[in-house]
Design a protein around this ligand. Sequence first.
Ligand code: SAM
Length: 252
Amino acid sequence: MSRTTWDPALYLTFDDARSRPFFDLVARIGADAPRRVVDLGCGPGHLTEVLARRWPDAAVEAVDSSPEMVAAARERGIDAVLTDVGSWTPRPDTDVVVTNAVLQWVPTHPELLARWVEMLPPGAWFAMQVPGNFGAPSHALSRDLADRRGLTLRDELAVREPADYASILGGPDVDVDVWETTYLQRLTGDDPVLTWITATALRPVRDALDDDAYADFRAELAPLLREAYPVRPDGTTWLPFRRIFAVAHKRS
Ligand SMILES: C[S@@+](CC[C@H](N)C(=O)[O-])C[C@H]1O[C@@H](n2cnc3c(N)ncnc32)[C@H](O)[C@@H]1O
């Protein structure tokens, strides 16, 4: 499948709920005065700004492979560059790397992780978060419908399990902190799960189908999602969302 296009404004819908794992992730980074902080897959840059505020003396490097996201980040004053993480390597002064909700789009990321951590200087921190919900009804139902249209969406193999990341990142000179959390997202509005996945998981479907076919796809998916995630008596819809976190610290 070709490059996924992103809609920065749509992605920022549910910003609060989508950003929470980022804050839980970076809370585990212990760097005091990093020389360079990198946001790999920076998206619209709103969270890169958080990194820049936390470490105001650091050089901030932001990369993303989406021209739309890079443009949105630049509009915020983040000097983002258009780069695929597959061709990114850390500069020698890179003391912190954060990659939040990105590596699930990068099938080769396990090999990249091992290489990046090897290349980071002593004392550096590497922090990553990926969704662990590819088997959830939201994704399984989308995948089935896409499959019937000849489209292949990512499955459970898009990410590894927490223990795999601990093995990949850990080593004699690297301490690892790996965990998972299932957030119960309490959503409101009509078809909120469909809206939630529209900005992320459905991007490849949006790219592959014309307007009418995409509208048909959504019309078929909507009732299935409503059944899998029923509206509660108080009007909210609950979406359990599992996420996997790993923080590696190279000893000085
Ligand atoms: C779900 S968004 C996350 C954005 C931001 N990190 C955040 O937490 O809000 C995923 C981002 O990963 C970027 N991305 C996906 N594959 C990439 C790749 N191979 N190289 C660089 N960026 C990539 C997308 O363009 C998108 O901006």
